[in-house]
Design a protein around this ligand. Structure first.
Ligand code: FAD
Ligand code: NAP
Length: 338
């Protein structure tokens, strides 16, 4: 285990923000992680676990140790005629796990294809796309408490999954490191494709018996066409969450903006696409020096070159203010800000 000093994190975050970590270490297995956490010289050091850095905005150098989780391995640990339990190391690239499942015709995560990042970060915000969320196939996960080095297993109910939320993004933020995740994937499952854009594309196919691979191929293509590639333009996907508002507030808004899109949400709430709100405030495609709002997706803030985290944050702040002024809705960040 090699602890580096003053390590640049520019290539460790998809915004491409040029900050550094006072200390940096990459770990490849649980024992190594336990050993690291037991080092007395690191006892009082702030610790940040990092996967692919695709949901992070660094606003300053990290004054502590960054622990890059690279624990590998994908394995089927149980199988019967209906399902498979698949265990993956937290450092596995999420998309590699999706491709593994699709190749074996195991259903459940095909809609989550092309989401950047690692398996270990997937439960943190209960990743979701195209009508599916991680929690729908989640079985359990294992990890280690940073303070005590103690191992623990979390079953689904204990993870407090919500819309882009979990216990690991709230109470256990910076307290617990996920080391492996087990998913429950299904043989002969029917893909979920009632999400508008996928359905339209699938209907162009000759057969109506859509396979898991048909659905994942189409989603990968749509995403590829619509979203900026972080290796070309720095970004962290959607910067804000879609707000969920009360029905009464929605009905009032609809009087003033009859075209407002909406989707039903649990607990009698209404989900409004944040991208629509941002676009209606005139931000889509706007560029201010080194930062901007992507031209095809108003929820994605981009770094055109040498932006700092503060530059991105102040653009986000301006956007939030304009959305409050126009719609009375407060956007909240999906990206983790450090
Ligand atoms: P990081 O950015 O490295 O970390 C994110 C947070 O999780 C940090 O707080 C970190 O400390 C914590 N963390 C990371 N690993 C662990 C661990 N092992 N244990 C405990 N905590 C950990 N998200 C979606 O939900 N749906 C999408 O469709 C989607 N599309 C995207 C498209 C693009 C182009 C981009 C750039 C991002 C997109 N995202 C999407 C956001 C992002 O890819 C996901 O949130 C992803 O799960 C982040 O993984 P990561 O490994 O990069 O996490
Ligand atoms: P889109 O299809 O243009 O739709 C805009 C928004 O409307 C989405 O955010 C989505 O909410 C909601 N929506 C659309 N159809 C819906 C339906 N049938 N049921 C419920 N909600 C619906 O969205 P997009 O920007 O191209 O993204 C497509 C998918 O990829 C979305 O699920 C989005 O979350 C995901 N994505 C996420 C990120 C990220 O960083 N988090 C980045 C890119 C794409 P939901 O977001 O709740 O699905």
């Amino acid at each position: 285990m090699k602890i580096e000093k003053n390590k640049s994190l520019k290539n460790n975050n998809t915004f491409g923000i040029d900050v550094s970590a006072r200390k940096y270490v990459e770990i490849y297995d649980e024992d190594e992680l336990k050993q690291l956490l037991s080092l007395s010289e690191l006892k009082d050091e702030a610790k940040l676990v990092l996967g692919g850095g695709s949901n992070i905005l660094f606003t300053h150098d990290y004054n502590g140790i960054v622990i890059k989780n690279s624990i590998p391995g994908i394995k089927i640990i149980f199988e019967d005629e209906k399902l498979c339990l698949v265990k993956a190391g937290a450092g596995v690239i999420w998309n590699d796990l999706v491709l593994f499942a699709v190749e074996k015709n195991l259903g459940g995560i095909e809609n989550l294809i092309s989401i950047p990042g690692t398996v270990g970060a997937a439960p943190v915000q209960n990743i979701g796309a195209y009508g599916e969320e991680l929690q729908n196939t989640f079985h359990s996960l294992k990890g280690i408490y940073i303070e005590t080095g103690k191992e623990s297993v979390f079953e689904k109910e204990e993870c407090k999954f919500g819309y882009r939320e979990s216990i690991f993004k709230e109470e256990l933020k910076e307290k617990f490191i996920i080391t492996s995740v087990i998913l429950e994937l299904y043989k002969n499952s029917q893909p979920v494709f009632n999400y508008g854009t996928i359905k339209n594309e699938l209907e162009k196919l000759p057969s109506v018996n859509y396979s898991i691979k048909d659905v994942s191929d189409i989603i990968a293509k749509i995403r590829n066409d619509k979203l900026p590639d972080p290796t070309a333009i720095g970004n962290a996907g959607s910067f804000f969450k879609n707000p969920e508002i009360d029905k009464d507030q929605f009905l009032e808004l609809k009087k003033e903006h009859p075209e407002i899109p909406c989707f039903t949400s649990p607990h009698n709430k209404v989900k409004i696409p944040a991208g629509w709100l941002v676009e209606k405030c005139g931000w889509k495609g706007k560029r201010i020096k080194n930062v901007g709002v992507h031209e095809k997706q108003a929820l994605v803030l981009v770094n055109y070159g040498y932006a700092t985290g503060e530059d991105i944050l102040s653009l986000a702040q301006e956007i939030k203010i304009s959305v409050i002024k126009k719609f009375g809705i407060e956007l909240t960040e999906e990206v983790n800000i450090y």
